[in-house]
Design a protein around this ligand. Structure first.
Ligand SMILES: C[S@@+](CC[C@H](N)C(=O)[O-])C[C@H]1O[C@@H](n2cnc3c(N)ncnc32)[C@H](O)[C@@H]1O
Length: 201
């Protein structure tokens, strides 16, 4: 899989978003996730890690992190900015993630770029790779309308936004039970945003 949109925008993205979090609540969500992942055996995966800035924050919180992204351009920045930990070329299927224990999985604003059926399939593959209790945290542009995900005109690549209930349903169908969610809004951004934390059943 490739991500030509992100390859083309990678330099601008790295320059525009030097900080991993746009809103304080996002930092708190990452901290809560990291607290759960800490002490669990294995690597914490940052799926769709982009320039690696969130992976770096998780590593600073003591996690053994592996970043995964399908965009060569984004990975170039990730490896330049954070040479101290590994990144692999790959996607949400985790096909390129070496065998071994997985402590936790984070996917921030990356699954939005996978077609909804691919999201369902990927989360099922996650379920096959992790042990009961494993936390996953997913962040995404949300919809207030119940029902299936809605395609939207993301500036970089095809994207879908999900009603939080629908994402929780996808997680539950794959074997992950929701523990908590946040929905947050900003007057300068057109969509609500959501994060769902769930555990492998
Ligand atoms: C909006 S950026 C978010 C980057 C990072 N997670 C963050 O929070 O800053 C979306 C990232 O998802 C990646 N991506 C796109 N399709 C993907 C897929 N099917 N699986 C995993 N990552 C994907 C893109 O290459 C891009 O780096």
């Amino acid at each position: 899989m490739t991500q030509p949109g992100y390859d083309a925008m990678a330099d601008l993205y790295a320059e525009t978003f030097p900080d991993p979090y746009q809103f304080p609540i996002e930092r708190h969500a990452a901290a809560a996730f990291a607290e759960e992942a800490a002490g669990r055996p294995g690597r914490t995966l940052d799926v769709g890690c982009g320039t690696g800035h969130v992976a770096a924050d998780l590593a600073a919180r003591g996690l053994d992190v592996l970043g995964i992204d399908p965009s060569a351009g984004m990975l170039t920045h990730a490896r330049r900015l954070h040479p101290e930990f590994p990144f692999v070329d790959g996607d949400a299927s985790l096909a390129s993630v070496p065998d071994g224990p997985i402590a936790a999985i984070l996917a921030r604003f990356s699954l939005i770029h996978a077609e909804p059926a691919e999201v369902d399939a990927s989360i099922r593959l996650w379920a096959d790779r992790v042990v009961p209790g494993t936390p996953v945290l997913v962040a995404f542009q949300a919809s207030d309308d119940a029902g299936p995900p809605l395609a939207f005109d993301h500036a970089v690549a095809p994207a879908w936004r999900w009603h939080p209930d629908e994402f929780a349903r996808a997680l539950a169908d794959a074997g992950f039970d929701e523990a908590w969610r946040i929905v947050y809004r900003d007057t300068n951004y057109r969509f609500p945003m959501a994060q769902v934390l769930a555990h492998r059943r």
